[in-house]
Design a protein around this ligand. Structure first.
Ligand SMILES: [Zn+2]
Length: 691
């Protein structure tokens, strides 16, 4: 194997924090040299900096006063070599009026497989100053002299790929549906930079416009003298890699699948995961604008061979989905019959409840104000929805768990639904809460996700024996073992969206919802739905009756076609593992489609254009890796013919006949490449071994 001497470097930063100081000396020449120990590969792209901290920074507080300390401060420095690690030690750091009271230890450890782990511990002996925030590890000037693509957290499927992107930004991660991974990529190589935090602590991923990157963490008991945590509490992992963002996802996947939230294993083998939910091919939204019993009949008649699911709004007298009256959910008189009728037709019915907020206009609100998230000054935290203020409930409050259980009782026991959808939980970024009566560590930490996790586990203990599924809004991996499916919050499609979470967790959870209008042009709808289906997302949520009465007949057929493909290819698209994207060897022409705004978010009210290559495709394997498939769609109306690199393990492959699709032509060259000819608007599946 060729020796890995990538130009993305890692531990230069660690050394650089000491360069020019009286502690450890390391010449710049040393820094540039390849090091065999896995810590530094080669200097050059991660450079040290002289204009700010380049290893760590800390924020302390004392009676509202703030003070920043960083690795350049005056103190004694030394470095210890311990087994598989280097320990960088700063001793006797001073705070105003507190001389020599702080020690900092940064441990840089060989994480194996070319990875480096970065840990930080702070010892503070002062009884008035308290640690508040850590900023660590600082990687300065990553790829300073190159144009770089950035893997950036995104709401849709966890991340976006930002081309030639260098901009100052801050992003909450770990809670709220965004990946805690970033990567800088250029010319077929990259630098992975991620929190490997198995406990969902609140943290912020930060970038500067110069290509600096670091994590900012509000520590547990932030600013509380004598009780503030001694550091961020989780390791950051860096690794150079060859390839593109798929490789970053695979590095993360190798870690993520060993975490608590994935411990139940692949859903296809799980007895506690509701199969009916995994197998929903497309979703429809029931609301007051359509008689729900009529909808069930229409859906069943139009798409008789699809498994469908209903997201059920307005099933309650308070009218859910229009943001009022939460957390009260009182069924309408006919709700039970509607649910029974849909269930009898094999439909998964998932009524909406809200899992996060309390309508401040309700008389009950006065009594629960002490349950709300409290800011640092003691004020109650509220958020506005539909121009109404809602209190944000602190998820650590035991009463809120009881409330979520009450909602389950109404939706499942009273109404009879076989699913429940808790809005907002998976997409809600943690709010630092400073209410000492709540009993959780103040400020940062893991209590936000732990509170929701415990509450959802309590709900799950009730729903699981009943075969009822739980889903939430957004993809928050922390809840994967207690939530059966995650609603993809597209709000609107974007060119930069990439299927990051499916690349990490396909086979371990279910993704549903494709935020696009059924009234968009059929070619635009086909391209988007093919892409989402190939990315493992169950389509919908449709709401337009025109799909059933002929007004949107072409769109209805597209939804039907892709639903049938998912249904037939469930071993891949619902239960398998998403491996890669189509790798054409020839340049494909491009096509641009326009998507109209999706309701109801006014701030996303502009049209969006997405440019696709003429052929889009994704590679899957079954969870046991015995079979592999490449899904391809020609998203233009003209034939395309191109050569491609076959995905790994697919040298011996052939087309699978798809009923109703115009046949494609495929010939494998035997050297891992193949030629594919696709008529316009056609779907094709290539499988290995030959079907
Ligand atoms: Zn709280």
């Amino acid at each position: 194997m060729k020796k890995l001497t990538l130009t993305f470097a890692v531990s230069v930063v660690a050394w650089y924090g000491f360069a020019g100081t009286d502690g450890v000396t390391a010449s710049r020449g040393d820094l540039q040299a390849p090091r065999p120990d896995g810590f530094s590969i080669r200097g050059g792209l991660v450079e040290g900096a002289t204009d700010g901290p380049d290893f760590w920074a800390l924020e302390f507080t004392r009676n509202g006063e703030r003070y920043k300390l960083d690795n350049r401060a005056d103190c004694r420095r030394r470095m210890e070599e311990v087994s598989g690690a280097r320990r960088f030690i700063w001793e006797g750091l001073s705070l105003p009026g507190a001389t020599g009271m702080v020690d900092v230890v940064a441990t840089v450890r060989d994480g194996g497989a070319g990875q480096t782990e970065w840990l930080l511990k702070v010892a503070n002996r002062d009884d008035r100053w308290a640690l508040r925030k850590t900023l660590y590890p600082y990687f300065r000037n990553v790829a300073r002299h190159r144009r770089c693509d950035l893997l950036y957290p995104g709401i849709h499927l966890g991340a976006k790929l930002m081309r030639n992107y260098k901009r100052a930004a801050r992003h909450r991660t770990s809670e709220g549906g965004y990946t805690m991974v970033t990567a800088f990529m250029a010319d077929g190589e990259g630098l992975y930079f991620a929190a490997h935090d198995g406990e969902g602590r609140a943290k912020i991923l930060c970038w500067s416009a110069h290509g600096d990157v670091w994590f900012e963490t509000l520590v547990e008991n932030a600013g509380v003298p004598g009780r503030a945590a001694d550091g961020p509490g989780y390791p950051v992992v860096s690794a150079p890699f060859r390839g593109d963002w798929w490789q970053a996802a695979k590095i993360y996947r190798a870690w993520a699948l060993r975490q608590r939230w994935a411990a139940k294993g692949p859903i296809v083998y799980r007895h506690d995961h509701p199969r009916a939910l995994s197998e929903v091919d497309t979703w429809f939204r029931l609301s007051s604008s359509m008689r729900p019993d009529t909808a069930a009949a229409l859906v069943s008649r139009t798409w008789p061979d699809l498994k469908t699911g209903f997201r059920y709004y307005s099933w309650n007298v308070e009218v859910s989905g229009q943001d009022n009256g939460y957390p009260n959910f009182t069924p309408r008189p006919n709700t039970k019959d509607v649910v029974a009728d849909a269930k009898a037709r094999g439909i998964v019915v998932m009524p909406y409840v809200n899992g996060k907020i309390w309508d401040s206009a309700l008389p009950s609100y006065r009594d629960v104000v002490p349950w709300m998230v409290t800011d640092e000054r003691g004020g109650v935290v509220t958020e506005k929805y539909s121009d109404r203020p809602f209190g944000v409930v602190c998820p650590s409050v035991p009463g809120w768990r009881e409330k979520l259980l009450e909602m389950e009782h109404v939706v499942v026991d009273t109404v009879g639904a076989n699913g429940i959808y808790y809005d907002q939980i998976g997409i809600a970024p943690g709010k630092p809460c400073w209410n000492p009566a709540h009993g959780h560590p103040l400020g940062g930490g893991r209590w936000w996700t732990a509170g929701y996790h415990d509450a959802l586990a309590a709900v799950r203990a009730r729903t699981e024996p009943k075969g009822v599924s739980i889903s939430t809004e957004g993809i928050d991996e922390v809840y994967m073992d207690v939530v059966d499916a995650f609603l993809v919050v597209g709000r609107q499609a974007h060119q930069e969206d990439i299927p990051f979470f499916p690349a990490v967790y396909s086979g371990y959870t279910v993704y549903f919802n494709t935020e696009v209008n059924e009234t968009d042009s059929p070619p635009a709808l086909f391209a988007y739905l093919a892409q989402m289906t190939f990315q493992g997302v169950s389509t919908g949520t449709w709401r337009n009756k025109g799909l059933f009465d002929g007004r949107l007949a072409a769109q209805s057929r597209i939804i039907h076609r892709l639903g049938r493909l998912r249904s037939r290819m469930r071993d891949y698209l619902a239960y398998g593992c998403l491996e890669d994207e189509l790798r054409p060897l020839d340049r494909l022409e491009e096509v641009t489609y326009t998507y109209s705004p999706t309701r109801p978010h006014k701030k996303h009210a502009a049209e969006v254009k997405i440019t696709y290559p003429a052929a889009i495709g994704y590679a899957w394997r079954t969870i046991d890796a015995k079979r592999r498939a490449l899904f391809v769609a020609n998203v233009t109306d003209r034939p395309v013919n191109f050569r491609l690199r076959l995905p790994d393990g697919m040298v011996d492959s052939a087309l699978t006949a798809l009923p109703g699709e115009e046949p494609a032509q495929f010939s494998a060259a035997g050297d891992g490449t193949a030629t594919l000819t696709l008529p316009g608007g056609v779907l094709a599946v290539i499988e290995s071994p030959r079907p």
